[in-house]
Design a binder for this molecule. Structure first.
Ligand code: AMP
Ligand code: ZN
Ligand code: ZN
Length: 427
C-alpha cells in the first residue's frame, strides 16, 4: 500500500473513531433533552386529546404543546376520516384503514349481515362505542399495538377507543378497561412507569387518551372559557409527560394527536328525526351529523328508492340525502354497516332524536374536510426533525409513520401511506 493510501486509510480510521465516539455520545438537538442514542431502539408514546381542534393551541394558549411543536414538528391540521367522530377516527389512527375497512363506520351503527330479533321484531345487531370489548369481531385490521406485539415488541395502552378489545386476536401486553373516571395524573404516571421498565419488559409503543376537551367542548362550545380551562389542564399534563419522558435514558418520541375538531351548534337549527316520518321499513341510526337508514329484511330496492326520493323532496336544502358519488367521496359506499340511505347535515345544524332536548353548544361528526373538524398533530423526539411545520395531512398517515419509527412493517394492506410526513423524520 502506498504512503498516500496508507495516510488516507489512517485518516479514515481516525474519522471512524471520532464518528464512533460521537455517535455513542448523546447528540444534543436544540432541545437539550432530546437525545439520540445511536443504535438504541426507538419508542413511541401516542397521546390522543379527544376533540382538541387543530387551532386550540393558539386559541387557548397551549404553551406546552407549543413548546413541544418547536422541539419537533406540527401540522397545520390533521384531517380526520369521515365521519369526524371519535370511534371511526381512533380506529383509523391505529390501523391506517378507512372506516369501511376497519369496520367502525360511526360511533354507533347497525350491521345488516347480523340479523337480530329485538322485541320479537326482526332487526340487526348494533355496534355502540366500546362494543369491541364484548364482541371484538366488529373490528377488522391490525392495531399498532398488535402490530408491535406481532413483531416481538411489547405495547401498552392506558385507554384508546377499543384498546381493550381483542382486535386481530390480541391485546396490548399492558392495558386497562376504559373508565372515564380514571385520574389523568394516574394515566401519566403509569405511562412514565411503563417507559421506565427494564428493556426486556418495556413497551416500545404506548397509547394514551384524555376525553376532557371533547366533553367540555360539547357542553360549552369550542370558544368558551371552560374549553380554554380544559385545554390548559391537558396541556399542563402533556408538558409534564414530555419532560418526564425526556428525562429517561431512552429514545422516546411523543406524538400528540386528536381525533377531530369541534364546531358551534345553533340550537335553533336542530332537526328532529321524528319530523322526517321515516318509513317503518327502515331502522334509523341517528348519529347527530348523519342518519344511517337500514332497510329491514324483505324491503325491496324499489321501496328503498322511493324512501330516498321522498327524503330528497322534503330535505329543502336543510340536509343531504347522499347520492352514490357523494358516498364514494366520503368512502361511505352503500354497505351492510353504512346503510341503504345516508343523510348528512352541515353545522351549525344537527339531527336530534324524538323530542330529545339537546343543549350541547359544540359538536363534531360532520364532513371530515370542514376546517373546524381538523384535528391536532404535534410530535417531538429523536425520530423527528426539529421545528418543521407541515401542511394538513390525513390521519391515515399516522400508522405507517409510527410503524416506520418502530422499525416494523404493516402485515396486511392499509389505506394510509406516508406522504406529507415523508420529510418529517431524522431516521
Ligand atoms: P363522542 O364525543 O360521542 O364522539 O365520543 C367521545 C366519548 O367516547 C367520550 O366521552 C368518552 O368517554 C367515550 N369513550 C372514549 N373511549 C372509550 C372506550 N374505550 N369505551 C367507551 N367509551 C369511550
Ligand atoms: Zn372524539
Ligand atoms: Zn365528542
Amino acid at each position: 500500500m502506498s504512503r498516500a493510501a496508507n495516510s488516507l486509510n489512517m485518516h479514515g480510521i481516525t474519522w471512524f473513531l471520532i464518528c464512533f465516539f460521537l455517535s455513542c455520545t448523546p447528540t444534543h438537538a436544540a432541545n437539550e433533552n432530546i437525545q439520540v442514542k445511536a443504535n438504541a431502539p426507538q419508542h413511541v408514546v401516542l397521546m390522543s386529546l379527544d376533540g382538541f381542534r387543530h387551532d386550540y393551541v393558539e386559541l387557548h394558549n397551549a404553551k406546552h404543546l407549543n413548546r413541544i411543536a418547536k422541539d419537533g414538528i406540527r401540522s397545520a391540521s390533521l384531517t380526520p376520516v369521515y365521519p369526524a367522530n371519535t370511534f371511526p377516527n381512533h380506529i383509523s389512527l391505529v390501523t391506517g384503514l378507512l372506516p369501511k375497512n376497519h369496520g367502525i363506520v360511526n360511533n354507533r351503527f347497525y350491521d345488516k349481515s347480523r340479523p337480530y330479533m329485538q322485541n320479537d321484531m326482526p332487526g340487526y345487531a348494533q355496534y355502540k362505542l366500546g362494543g369491541g370489548l364484548k364482541d371484538s369481531t366488529w373490528i377488522t385490521g391490525i392495531p399498532l399495538w398488535t402490530l408491535a406485539e406481532y413483531h416481538g415488541l411489547k405495547a401498552g395502552a392506558f385507554f384508546w377507543p377499543e384498546s381493550d378489545a381483542r382486535i386481530s386476536g390480541a391485546l396490548p401486553t399492558y392495558h386497562y378497561h376504559y373508565s372515564k373516571f380514571a385520574s389523568y395524573q394516574q394515566r401519566i404516571d403509569q405511562i412514565v412507569q411503563w417507559m421506565s421498565l427494564p428493556e426486556v419488559s418495556r413497551p416500545r409503543f404506548v397509547a394514551g387518551y384524555f376525553s376532557l376537551t371533547d366533553t367540555i367542548g360539547h357542553n360549552e362550545g369550542p370558544n368558551s372559557q371552560a374549553t380554554r380551562d380544559a385545554v390548559q389542564f391537558v396541556d399542563g399534563l402533556i408538558g409534564q409527560l414530555y419532560d418526564r419522558l425526556n428525562a429517561l435514558e431512552i429514545n422516546v418520541n411523543l406524538v400528540v394527536v386528536s381525533d377531530h375538531g369541534m364546531t358551534n351548534i345553533d340550537n335553533n337549527a336542530l332537526i328532529d328525526v321524528a319530523t322526517l316520518n321515516i318509513s317503518d321499513n327502515f331502522i334509523a341510526e341517528n348519529e347527530g351529523a348523519q342518519i344511517h337508514l337500514y332497510a329491514l329484511p324483505g324491503v325491496s330496492d324499489d321501496e328503498i328508492s322511493r324512501e330516498k326520493e321522498r327524503l330528497n323532496s322534503i330535505s329543502q336544502g336543510k340536509f343531504l340525502v347522499l347520492n352514490d358519488s357523494q358516498r364514494a367521496d366520503r368512502a361511505m359506499q352503500k354497505g351492510d354497516r353504512t346503510g341503504d340511505i345516508l343523510l348528512e347535515i352541515a353545522p351549525p345544524a344537527r339531527f336530534i332524536s324524538g323530542g330529545q332536548t339537546y343543549s350541547n353548544k359544540g359538536s363534531h361528526g360532520y364532513l371530515n374536510t370542514l376546517p373546524d373538524m381538523g384535528a391536532l398533530f404535534i410530535a417531538a423526539g429523536p425520530a423527528f426533525k426539529k421545528g418543521a411545520t407541515l401542511p394538513a395531512f390525513s390521519n391515515l398517515e399516522i400508522y405507517p409513520a409510527l410503524a416506520k419509527i418502530l422499525g416494523i412493517t404493516p402485515l396486511s394492506p392499509i389505506d394510509g401511506k406516508i406522504d406529507v410526513l415523508e420529510d418529517a423524520f431524522t431516521l
